[in-house]
Design a protein around this ligand. Structure first.
Ligand code: ADP
Length: 507
């Protein structure tokens, strides 16, 4: 059943658009059209596909201001943030994969350990139709990065944008059509979540999902039922460990940005901070100073550090976490309230005297909060940081690079950054994804592109063939005994003996 999806500006509550929602039935037809278009697209040489996406990059650069404004209006992040965290990373991602796809997807030879008279290689073919289900917090960079990669790899894409932010998806598709992409190759289907769910078993070949753990679990179970591979980019409760040797001013600025960028609506947002007791008070004072300098308001105005939240439901969760913490003895040093007015502004909130059992430290808040706690020894900090069902990113601040790496390797997170926060998502050469409830699989990096393909294996013969083989009739007892004794003399020995023994066997 078709329905209308109303889109609002989160800074004012005003309606900015209306989009026709699509039913699952129409979605199934779109998948069929995508399949046909994909067959032709996949036949084009990679270099031709790359040329098309290079045109997209150029067109996006020409319209960058337009796109940043559209993102700021629909999602609420300040214009500068729309540039730094959405548009620029897409230019970078497109550039990287246009430049490297040929090498990443080139045939990969495999050297044979045993059968030296045969050889193997892997070649990559696109999966087919990639279903990208995206979130509202980064409505451009998250889905579009995957869409670019999927197209370069030779796939068609069906995008289901979040119902709160369908406009930027429609705008992206318009740009793709302007640069000459076949309209059936990339289709945007604004639709309800439950309608999108019905498409999982309806002909898509891969699902890339970004959203909450609860929905990710449902979607991945449906993928499992239909044996469709998927990537799940889910939530986080990302910890920061601040060691006693840091430059406190630098650490406080970075970490405050990590907590309040995009009004804290970032899956890799700084959600809990553990600070060494010897510098705790100085660090807290510095953070409060940084937060007091922040300007909250209209994302289009000069100097604004933080815009509104996007989802009224999420704002309630934030208020609930903060109120519960306050009622249980936490001290709120800044913020702690929704700013009056029609916009969804929640003041940046620094909490102290919190403990590991409070919701604001345990559950994903996904809003502008920063609970700060003390630790006395690094093993304790690592244990508390790891004591979470999530594991997307984690952060360590220390003046000692090697100590930073040692701590990083103990943290249970898909990515750990030392002396920086958040930004690896915009670095396409690095993999992104979580452990534990934070997700399955990785996007970006070279493997992220290969995952959008099926690795086909070819094993072929060389002119030289051995006179006899384990894998032929007749099965004689003599042959059996030779192999029985060779198991002991060859496979039961060290590596050197194995190799010379194996060579002997197959000569
Ligand atoms: P959020 O609460 O942040 O919107 P969700 O996980 O609910 O997170 O949504 C992430 C994306 O998944 C959105 O595009 C949403 O519309 C979509 N979605 C929600 N429910 C389902 C579902 N049952 N099947 C497929 N997609 C869904």
């Amino acid at each position: 059943m078709s329905h209308l999806i109303e889109v609002t500006n989160p800074a004012t509550g005003e309606k900015i658009g209306e989009v026709k929602g699509i039913s699952a039935k129409e979605g199934v037809k779109a998948i069929a059209r995508a399949k046909k278009a994909q067959e032709l697209w996949a036949k084009k040489p990679l270099s031709q596909r790359v040329k098309v996406l290079q045109r997209f990059k150029k067109a996006l650069i020409d319209k960058a201001d337009d796109f940043c404004r559209a993102i700021a209006l629909e999602n609420g992040k300040p214009l500068m943030e729309a540039m730094a965290t959405e548009v620029l990373p897409i230019v970078e991602i497109t550039d990287y994969y246009c430049g490297h796809a040929a090498a990443i997807l080139s045939k990969q030879p495999i050297s044979m350990r045993r059968l030296k008279y045969r050889k193997s290689y892997i070649h990559y073919k696109p999966r087919g139709v990639v279903f990208v289900i995206g979130p509202w917090n980064f409505p451009f960079v998250i889905p579009v990065g995957e869409i670019i990669m999927a197209l370069i790899a030779g796939n068609a894409v069906i995008q289901k944008p979040a119902s709160l932010t369908p406009l930027i998806a429609i705008k992206t598709r318009e740009l793709m059509l302007e640069i000459g992409l076949d309209p059936n190759l990339y289709q945007v289907l604004p639709m309800k979540g439950e309608e999108a769910f019905k498409l999982i078993g309806a002909g898509v070949d891969y699902v890339n999902f970004t959203g909450s753990v609860a929905t990710g679990e449902k979607v991945s179970a449906e993928c499992g039922k239909n044996l469709i591979p998927c990537t799940m980019e889910l939530g986080g409760k990302d910890p920061v460990i601040v060691c006693e040797d840091v430059n406190i001013g630098h650490a406080a600025r970075c970490i405050a940005w990590g907590a309040f960028a995009n009004a804290g609506q970032v899956c890799a947002s700084v959600e809990r901070v553990y600070v060494h007791e010897s510098i705790y008070q100085k660090f807290v004072d510095k953070v409060v100073e940084v937060v007091k300098e922040m300007k909250i308001g209209d994302p289009f105005k000069d100097g604004i550090s933080m815009g509104p939240m996007k989802d009224p439901h999420q704002l309630k969760i934030v208020a609930d976490h903060v109120d519960k913490a306050r009622n249980n003895g936490a001290v709120i040093l800044t913020g702690g309230y929704k700013i009056d007015g029609p916009g969804l502004f929640y003041a940046p909130t620094v909490l102290v005297d919190v403990n590991d059992d409070m919701d604001c430290v345990k559950e994903e808040t996904f809003g502008p909060t920063m609970p700060i706690m003390k630790f006395s020894d690094i093993d304790e900090a690592v244990r508390r940081a790891n004591d979470s069902p999530y594991g997307l990113n984690a952060y360590v601040f220390t003046a000692d690079r090697y100590k930073g790496q040692r701590i990083a390797e103990k943290l249970q997170a898909g990515t750990v950054m030392v002396n920086e926060v958040l930004i690896t998502y915009g670095l396409p050469e690095t993999p992104w994804g979580g452990v534990k409830k934070s997700g399955l699989g990785r996007v970006h990096g070279d493997d992220g592109l290969r995952d959008l393909c099926i690795p086909y294996h070819v094993n072929y013969d060389l002119p030289y063939q051995p006179p006899w083989s384990l894998f032929r009739y007749p099965y004689t007892l003599t042959k059996y005994r030779i192999f029985l004794s060779s198991l002991k003399t060859v496979w039961g020995q060290g590596v050197g003996a194995k190799l010379s023994g194996i060579r002997g066997l197959f000569k």
